[in-house]
Design a protein around this ligand. Structure first.
Ligand code: MTE
Length: 308
């Protein structure tokens, strides 16, 4: 699969451009740049972000849902409470430091990231471990572009990502909490080098909102959503597998790889199906969230029936 298909599997660029051309012609684009493309109403099905794939119709999840139904435990465990509580979160100025086992450690501003690594539109399915899913048009770029800049040493085997820790601005971190903040996640170096592993700075053509992990987050579409760590301030290249916040909190429920896999149940529920936000009927969950052609070779030796 070439890079263009990887980043545009859901809504081919011509459709996206045609939709925008129609909206621009109608004079509505500036107003609804961040609004629901699906709800625009006037166009035919193909202009509403609907792309039929065999047995699996894909529609972009409306902007409203993407920005109001969130998991961001530093603010709240209530999905519909995050957006409001995150309103006062300071996302500028912001820096992302990339270091550890690299030849050229660097600290990037968000402006640097956008200027140096050229975010492009990447619409991906996101499957939460809880059993719901969305399709989100991100602006992002492959993490490999950052890796090329910092140059990992030969003994670097993993990336360890860390979210900002600001209890003053993040109410979910204050007082008693069962979690060992900050939120930490990890990837193997090979996973991070796959073109699908994305650093996102925006969605629906706008900069990320706080509730979605502003100003910079990870998007790993073939893994359960909790791997896609938000509001990142630090990435370290390390020799040993990092322990994520979820591995530390519930090791019998959450592993390091956390690849979407309908064959492997969570200890408390099945992962065979999912509810796409905005739909009522559940749909089958796909191995590696439907991205097996792109990333399956990373896991060639793994037992598909085992929880990692
Ligand atoms: N990152 C941080 N720092 N804190 C979180 O609580 N939740 C994760 C992931 N990244 C989370 C996080 C989970 S469980 C999911 S499903 C996705 O973010 C949700 O992303 P969204 O709210 O943008 O849809």
């Amino acid at each position: 699969m070439d890079d263009r298909r990887l980043r545009d599997e859901i809504t081919p660029e011509p459709l996206y451009q045609r939709r925008h051309a129609i909206m621009r012609a109608a004079g509505v684009l500036p107003m609804i740049a961040g609004a629901s493309l699906v709800g625009c109403g006037q166009e035919d099905a193909s202009d509403q972000g609907v792309v039929p794939t065999p047995g699996y119709e894909e529609v972009l999840t409306p902007f409203e849902s993407v920005t109001s139904y969130n998991n961001f435990y530093e603010f709240s465990t209530e999905k519909d409470g995050v957006a409001k509580l995150a309103q006062g979160f300071k996302t500028s100025p912001w820096t992302l430091s990339v270091g550890g086992l690299v030849q050229r450690p660097q600290t990037f501003t968000v402006e640097d990231l956008d200027a140096m690594f050229m975010p492009e539109r990447r619409a991906y399915r996101m499957r939460c471990v809880e059993g719901w899913s969305m399709v989100i048009p991100w602006q992002g770029f492959p993490i490999s572009r950052i890796l090329d800049e910092v140059v990992p040493n030969g003994d670097a085997k993993y990336l360890r990502f860390e979210t900002v820790k600001r209890p003053d601005e993040m109410p979910g971190m204050r007082g008693f909490s069962p979690y060992a903040w900050p939120y930490v996640e990890g990837l193997t170096l090979d996973e991070a080098r796959n073109p699908l592993a994305t650093i996102a700075t925006g969605l629906y053509g706008k900069p990320l909102l706080a509730q979605n992990g502003a100003p910079v987050r990870l998007v790993v579409p073939w893994k359960y959503g909790f791997k896609s760590i938000k509001s990142i301030v630090k990435i370290d290249l390390v020799a040993r597998q990092p322990t994520s916040l979820w591995m530390a909190a519930a090791p019998s429920e959450y592993g390091f790889f956390a690849n979407v896999n309908p064959e492997v149940s969570h200890p408390r529920w099945s992962q065979a199906t999912e509810r796409r936000i905005g739909e009522t009927r559940r749909r089958p969950t796909l191995y590696l969230n439907g991205y097996a052609a792109a990333v399956g070779s990373l896991y060639a030796g793994m037992d598909l029936h085992k929880n990692y």
